[in-house]
Design a protein around this ligand. Sequence first.
Ligand SMILES: Nc1nc2c(ncn2[C@@H]2O[C@H](COP(=O)(O)OP(=O)(O)OP(=O)(O)O)[C@@H](O)[C@H]2O)c(=O)[nH]1
Ligand SMILES: [Mg+2]
Length: 193
Amino acid sequence: MKNLFKKTEFVFGVTSYKNLPEDIGYEILLAGRSNAGKSSALNVLTDNKKLARISKTPGRTTEINFFKVNEDLKLLDLPGYGFAKSSKAKKQDWGPLLGQYFQKRQALTAVIIFMDIRHPLKESDWDMIQLCRDFNIPFLPVLTKSDKLSNNKIATTIKNVKTKIHEVDALAISSQNGTGFDKFSAEILKFIP
Ligand SMILES: Nc1nc2c(ncn2[C@@H]2O[C@H](COP(=O)(O)OP(=O)(O)OP(=O)(O)O)[C@@H](O)[C@H]2O)c(=O)[nH]1
Ligand SMILES: [Mg+2]
């Protein structure tokens, strides 16, 4: 399959709502707790190891980074939310920006919720799910680092997550060995009308 994400390029990072670019096209958020593997997944998806910075220290990223896939589609790499654990200052920085973004942004099309497959559905993940539900934004739970578990365990975890979330699909990926990325890219493209 041709990699439609291959030409993805970094556009810029934004720290406040007023600096967001023009509200056009489709924006898909890459959300998840700090260290969940968002940036790593973006790099594998686009087949570009140098695209997004992978943090050795969790929670380094503090801005919304815009990545342009093509004229219509942008992927937004978010700072890890981990509301409960992040410092107060960070919570204040990020909270209003995210809230405003959900309230106002026409381009907001879907949210990918990345979760470490060993620790899915933490409180902050539920906060994000609730935010999506409140604003009627479709979301896709993606369980990362599947290389850390046996196939059996992967299957049970996916099933558990689906049961707890109801109705929504979930999938597992490994940025380390590339597992699950064909399905992942197909699911992303399904969000685009
Ligand atoms: N084993 C394994 N490790 C992974 C995988 N994906 C990411 N990691 C590791 O997890 C750590 C965090 O990865 P990032 O991609 O920076 O995570 P992030 O969600 O972007 O983190 P923040 O930007 O801090 O929110 C890094 O040390 C990665 O090498 C994976 O599929 N398998
Ligand atoms: Mg990151």
